[in-house]
Design a protein around this ligand. Structure first.
Ligand SMILES: [Zn+2]
Ligand SMILES: [Zn+2]
Length: 417
């Protein structure tokens, strides 16, 4: 077996790994680079069979639903089989109605925790992991006597940290080559740790208690761990959580009744359809979607009155609805995603500026979706691969200091396993 990393040896985003054995090939992830302007102007990696059909390309396996791992898939020949988690497939489909450039993807096989899948000569054994993206997998790929382990994106401080502990206590064995993500390197000191989702819950509780009006939390609806954290903090402070149709559809698509959603058993949750979304749903001919939220709706005239008892999953463009409804008195905005999006020219920067103009307090409460260096060390030691190649990192040169058996690779070069 041999492999090549098309993108990711020196960057986070655009992850794509090609594996080949006995004349057959598969791809692990086909992501959109972080610095991509748009889908149309971003070229596909140089993989035979992505555009013109090739019988040797057996499929594309997607580790999870973040765009930096699947974003280029809409550009490939639709006949190529796609493999992904069942909830990932549903969430991508649900989001497609709301997110520009998005499409619904159809899986030919579904990843399930520890259930091997056979694709030609490749046996893929997924491991569900803790990550900010829902339904995320690491995976072992074996063929003959050779074994590769790909970490995907993962962490140990989220709501599913038991999965990380399980991976450490019962790791894949006899791994010849491990591809391990290193997103946190360079973002966190080697001996420091990220706050846990439980830590964040406490921080939100304190802040919600201090907030007189609306607590507006800007986070990704697809970061299910975070939505749960915010829901729990809202409930503990006597507030209800207000979500929009996009978040409602994503939460329903998880397929887990234990996750907050507009369904029986979740009285602390309401759905508000912002004006812009109402128009969008009408234009797309899917206005009937909102019928599913009957009994959970909150209307513009109720926003101001509900504000002191509510938390809203919020995005910058929703501000005009709240302003129109006079619901911004005493409001505070909490930024609960990567602070890179607050840099000049990014979407978060516009929201921050808008808050300044309106005199609304703006604060970041966030933790990473990726394992810190000490957790990565535990993972690398547990797997004890013969060779460890950095991927999904801007700091590959830090790897040899932190881990054993590190080998540095270059984008596009074939590596014999
Ligand atoms: Zn991810
Ligand atoms: Zn990623």
């Amino acid at each position: 077996m041999r492999l090549r990393i098309h993108r990711g040896t020196r960057e986070i985003g655009g992850t794509c790994i090609e594996l080949e054995t006995m004349g057959a090939r598969i791809l692990l992830d086909l992501g959109l680079p972080l610095n991509a302007k748009d889908l149309a102007s971003t070229p596909l990696p140089d993989v035979e069979g992505l555009s013109a059909p090739s019988a040797s390309l057996l499929g594309i396996v997607l580790s999870h639903g973040h765009r930096d791992h699947w974003g280029l898939v809409p550009k490939v020949n639709p006949a190529i089989p796609l493999v992904m988690g069942e909830a990932t497939e549903r969430i991508i489909r649900a989001a497609a109605d709301f997110v520009p450039d998005a499409v619904a993807l159809k899986a030919s096989h579904q990843l399930e925790h520890r259930k091997p899948i056979q694709l030609g000569p490749f046996t893929i054994t997924p491991r569900l992991v803790d990550h900010s993206g829902f339904d995320a997998y690491a995976m072992e790929i074996s063929s003959g006597s050779k074994r590769v382990f790909y970490s995907g994106d993962l962490r140990a401080h989220g709501r599913k940290r038991k999965l990380f502990d399980a991976l450490i206590s019962d790791p894949p064995r006899d791994i010849d080559l491990m591809l391990m993500e290193g997103s946190s390197l360079g973002r966190l000191a080697d001996d420091a740790t990220f706050p846990s989702e439980e830590n964040l819950e406490e921080a939100f509780v304190t802040r919600f208690e201090q907030t007189e009006g609306f607590a507006l939390v800007a986070c990704s609806a697809q970061n299910i761990d975070r939505v749960v954290t915010i829901y729990r903090a809202a409930k503990r402070t006597g507030r209800g959580l207000i979500i929009d149709a996009y978040a409602a559809e994503v939460l329903k698509a998880t397929g887990h009744e234990s996750i907050p959603q507009p369904a029986p058993g979740w009285p602390n949750l309401a759905v508000y359809i912002p004006q812009r979304q109402r128009v969008q749903l009408k234009t797309k001919g899917i206005s009937a979607l909102v019928d599913g939220y009957r009994g959970f709706r909150i209307w513009p005239g109720q926003l101001a009155g509900s504000a002191p008892r509510s938390v809203m999953l919020f995005r910058g463009w929703m501000m005009s609805d709240l302003a129109q409804a006079n619901a911004l008195t005493g409001a505070r905005v909490f930024w609960s995603q990567w602070d890179g999006y607050l840099a000049d020219g990014q979407t978060g920067a516009a929201l921050k500026a808008d808050c300044e103009r309106r005199g609304i307090a703006f604060e970041t409460i966030h933790t990473s979706g990726h394992a810190g260096p000490s957790d990565l060390k535990r993972l690398a030691a547990a797997v004890a691969a013969k060779r460890l190649i950095p991927i999904h990192t801007f700091e590959r040169l830090r790897f040899p200091d932190l881990f054993s058996n590190v080998e540095l690779a270059n984008d596009g070069e074939w590596i014999d396993v």
